[in-house]
Write a protein that binds this ligand. Structure first.
Ligand SMILES: *Cc1c(COP(=O)(O)O)cnc(C)c1O
Ligand SMILES: [Zn+2]
Length: 442
């Protein structure tokens, strides 16, 4: 790794004036990131707002020189860091001083030990809910966006943008406003009101497109190739290699919160599949760096029946075939043509996991079960994940005797309509003790 300049000499010595490391001073400073590398053929290119390999059109991802060799020291450094995802800055493509820059400082969310839910489901090996609903814009999307924001700053981009199923639009709008960048985000028309409001309230531009998420995403890809899109950073398109890395922090946090141990099983919701792929990458990095002891772990993927291209392909043993018209209350997962779908299947197979899906009624029932047993109110994506967990326990694919982490990736307040019909006052009464007695609730 290039030698980092520490401000220990004279205060007038700015790092920029210091002798540059091997990578040269003209390169944008993105911490341990050294290049972009193709996931398919391994071809490397310089760090920049690029997402496709020019050799084989495979997806690019960030390559690092990670701080290997002193796991105990690294663990200590992480534990002494801020109570946000920036405690893992040494393992991310971000400048060392990232925590001091204006950003939303997401992450380090609770890992809830879900004993009451475990009892209900018959899980004996330890059940945990990684609850990401408390992030600044109330979904896990603040994590990848925080990394994309640093990349946008490093590459001198001035407009932050995205194609979104709802949560990403809000996360981008908020992050751009905090950082003083312009934002212009794109969503399919007809999303939940709370997500539309959250995408608009931060003051950037919000454009609703008459079509599905996949139509919106195609439109954004066209915009990037056009002069109209010059200077734009699309978090999940041309900044996708950086954006994606944000989800590694979920893996880091889960392991640190388990006492620097790998869980046996993790259940993860899948839209594009990006999050799942990067959680696996994060776990493998922790093993490679010696931060956790190596042992087998299984990764399970959860989809909604009304948009389950990855689940279907996994069960049929076929290729991932796009779903043209997604139809599910889990709108944040409604990506019909998931970019990382094949990688999700590879990872679930490699680790001995599985992919499954549940219908809308099971999603609602699982939201209510989680709320009733653990006091955690999940958005529909969380209902999908818990619903699939229950299904996998019933089928025997998920071992209840092993430790299991279930992700809740968003806040129930974002998808109120899903539960509103079944979450009602127990009674409406006159303000008198007699009326309360008559209602039979005492
Ligand atoms: C976007 C999103 C997901 C899925 O993320 P991918 O990386 O696209 O698979 C899961 N849950 C919520 C709440 C989301 O907003
Ligand atoms: Zn390639």
């Amino acid at each position: 790794m290039a030698v980092q300049t520490v401000a220990s000499t004279s205060p007038t010595d700015s790092p920029a004036d210091s002798p540059a490391g091997s990578s040269g001073s003209a390169e944008p400073s993105l911490g341990a990131a050294v290049a972009l590398s193709c996931r398919e053929c391994g071809t490397r290119t310089a760090l920049g707002p690029h997402f496709v390999c020019l050799e084989c059109f495979g997806p690019l991802e960030v390559a690092y020189e990670l701080p290997a060799g002193d796991p105990a020291g690294l663990r200590e450094r992480i534990e002494a860091g801020p109570a946000s995802m920036w405690r893992y800055a040494p393992l991310l493509p971000v400048p060392a001083d990232v925590a001091a820059k204006p950003n939303l400082n997401p992450g380090f969310t609770p890992l809830v030990q879900a004993d009451r839910l475990a009892a209900e489901l018959g899980v004996t090996g330890g059940l945990y809910v990684k609850d990401d609903s408390g992030n600044p814009t109330h979904s896990f999307k603040d994590r990848p966006v925080a990394i994309a924001l640093e990349a946008a700053r490093a590459f001198g981009l001035t407009t932050l943008s995205c194609s979104s199923t709802g949560n990403l639009a809000g996360a981008v709008g908020a992050a751009a406003s905090r950082a003083g960048l312009r934002s212009c985000v794109f969503i399919p028309d007809g999303l939940e009101q709370s997500k539309v409001v959250m995408a608009a309230v931060y003051g950037g531009d919000l454009v609703a497109i008459d079509g599905t998420y996949d139509d919106v995403n195609r439109f954004c890809s066209e915009l990037i190739g056009d002069p109209l899109g010059e200077g734009w950073g699309f978090t999940n398109v041309n900044l996708r290699p950086f954006y994606a890395e944000g989800s590694k922090t979920l893996a880091y946090e889960i392991c640190e919160q388990l006492g620097w141990r790998l869980p046996d099983q993790i259940v993860i919701p899948v839209a594009s599949g990006c999050q799942l792929v990067k959680i696996d990458k994060g776990l493998r990095e922790l093993i490679a760096l010696g931060l956790v002891e190596e042992k087998p772990y299984r990764i399970f993927a959860a989809q909604a029946e009304g948009c389950a291209p990855v689940s279907r392909a996994f069960k049929d043993g076929s290729d991932v075939r796009p779903v043209k018209q997604p139809d599910t209350i889990a709108k944040s997962l409604a990506i019909g043509d998931p970019a990382d779908g094949p990688y999700v299947i590879d990872i679930c197979k490699r680790t001995g996991g599985a992919v499954d899906d549940v219908d809308d009624a099971q999603i609602v029932d699982s939201i209510r079960l989680l709320a009733r047993t653990e006091g955690v109110f999940a958005e529909t994506a969380g209902g999908v994940t818990l619903g699939v967990t229950r299904k996998l326990i019933a089928s025997g694919a998920l071992d209840p005797a092993l430790s299991t982490v279930v992700l809740n990736t968003g806040d129930g307040l974002k998808t109120l309509d899903a539960v509103a019909p079944t979450a009602r006052p127990s009674a409406v009464i006159a303000p008198s003790l007699a009326a309360f007695r008559d209602a039979g609730l005492a």
